[in-house]
Design a binder for this molecule. Structure first.
Ligand code: ADP
Length: 412
């Protein structure tokens, strides 16, 4: 079965075409700077032949032009040459992998959330309405997905559209760790509770750990543009640092993390407008807000190394948040077998991994400095006498989505 997986950002769209089962990526594409009049980028790769197509300086007012380009490249409709399938010995142009877009049976999306729907669901009028109902919690992401879904639906009217909601993996967190201390009726009436995100990534890490044995206690640190820490017991999420919206938990690249509810009113009293406060929480907070340097941790670390005090503080606040959640989850897990670092920062910053692990010495965590420094791809980086095995595991959210989209039973 051909399964297309889509990961939509506010100005980007990444797609991968899988042949399932078997986890084979046939082709993939990235469209960047969507919304630009003459500066958008398109890159495509046929994973079977390795042949690439890269275009820049494109006019791409919305996703539509990019999706059309991708589908035309997938089917060879952008060339005059006859197209052959891989079974027939590879496509004539080296780029296309399909005869027709109708071969795509399912499309899976890394959707954020939909009121009343957690886990994996068909994207129909009901789930789309749920996305609109809870729009205020993840406006940027939901907006991107609603428009990507609409565009792809027009091109692929017969495919089954599946939303693998980012909140899904966390359904197993017990209610006592999900409820906020607000009037219970708010939970019943408005659904207020900790939902958690990064489900595709933490779920993928659980898939990898499950292969080491069924019973384990793990903490997965997804540290990317946004970050979260998730406690996983025997393959299931039992706690997560995210709350109900994306402005919670760890500090993120430019978004606030945990914040106390009355600060909004307090700042209004100090004369800030609603918009200024919202911007501070959603765009000008996090690493950027504290450091005043950048929302990219690489630049913040570089500035800290040159003596910038606020940058140093931002790095310390970031690390403290990670350590705080690991410490909070440890007793409920009943110990720790595996500590995993993943996503952009988790996979590439040996510095952050070392800073976190150094502060976990009381839990018996001990890194092998050389393994940590040289880690590339999946790697174990703990010292032989560490009580906790520490891993770097590159996340593969798209594969997690492809598997769940393929396995989805629409009759349930
Ligand atoms: P996103 O979360 O935006 O989908 P990633 O998981 O790829 O994307 O994470 C991107 C983040 O990773 C960027 O903010 C970048 O600063 C950070 N990053 C990547 N490599 C490093 C590194 N070597 N050191 C510190 N931060 C890094």
């Amino acid at each position: 079965m051909k399964v297309l997986v889509c990961n939509a950002g506010s100005t980007s769209l990444k797609c991968k075409l899988y042949d399932m089962p078997g986890d084979t990526v046939l082709a993939q594409c990235g469209i960047e700077r969507v919304g630009s009049e003459n500066d958008a980028l398109f890159h495509y790769r046929n994973n079977l032949t390795g042949k690439r197509k890269e275009l820049s300086g494109l006019s791409m007012p919305d996703y539509k032009a990019g999706v059309r380009l991708f589908l035309d490249t997938l089917t060879g409709a952008d060339t005059k040459e006859p197209v052959r399938t891989p079974e027939e010995g590879g496509s004539a142009d080296g780029l296309s992998v399909l005869h027709s877009v109708s071969e795509v049976e399912r499309v899976g999306f890394k959707t954020t959330l939909s009121k009343g729907h957690f886990g994996v669901h068909e994207l129909n009028e009901e789930t789309l309405q749920g996305m609109r109902d809870w729009y205020a919690l993840t406006p940027v992401h939901t907006k991107a997905y609603l428009s990507a879904i609409e565009v792809l639906r027009a091109f692929l009217p017969d495919a089954l559209f599946v939303g693998v909601f980012e909140t899904g993996f966390h359904e197993t967190i017990p209610l006592e760790r999900r409820l906020f201390g607000v009037p219970y009726e708010w939970h019943e009436k408005y659904g207020l509770m900790r939902l958690g995100y990064h489900g595709a990534s933490h779920g993928y890490i659980a898939d990898v750990l499950n292969e080491k044995g069924r019973h384990y206690r793990a903490i997965s640190c997804h540290l990317g543009g946004s970050g979260s820490v998730c406690a996983i017991k025997d393959g299931k999420s039992i706690d997560v640092s995210f709350g109900m919206s994306l402005e919670s938990g760890l500090i993120h690249n430019n978004r606030v993390g945990d914040i106390d509810g009355s600060i909004w009113d307090f700042l209004r009293g100090e004369g800030l407008s609603e918009e200024e406060i919202r911007d501070g929480f959603r765009k000008k907070g996090g690493l950027l807000g504290i450091s005043g340097v950048s929302n990219d941790l690489r630049y913040v670390i570089a500035a800290a190394d040159q003596g910038n005090e606020r940058a140093r503080l931002a790095v310390d606040v970031y690390v403290s948040g990670i350590v705080h959640y690991i410490g909070a989850f440890y007793p409920d897990l009943g110990g720790l077998d595996y500590l995993v670092f993943t996503a952009g920062i988790g996979e590439h910053s040996d510095r952050i991994r070392a800073m976190v692990c150094e502060r976990l010495a009381a839990l018996g965590v001990k890194l092998d400095p050389e393994k940590n420094r040289n880690a590339s791809g999946e790697a174990e980086i703990s010292a032989p006498d560490s009580k906790v095995r520490v891993f770097v595991i590159p996340t593969d959210e798209e594969l997690g989505i492809a598997r769940r989209t393929y396995a989805f039973d629409r009759r349930k």
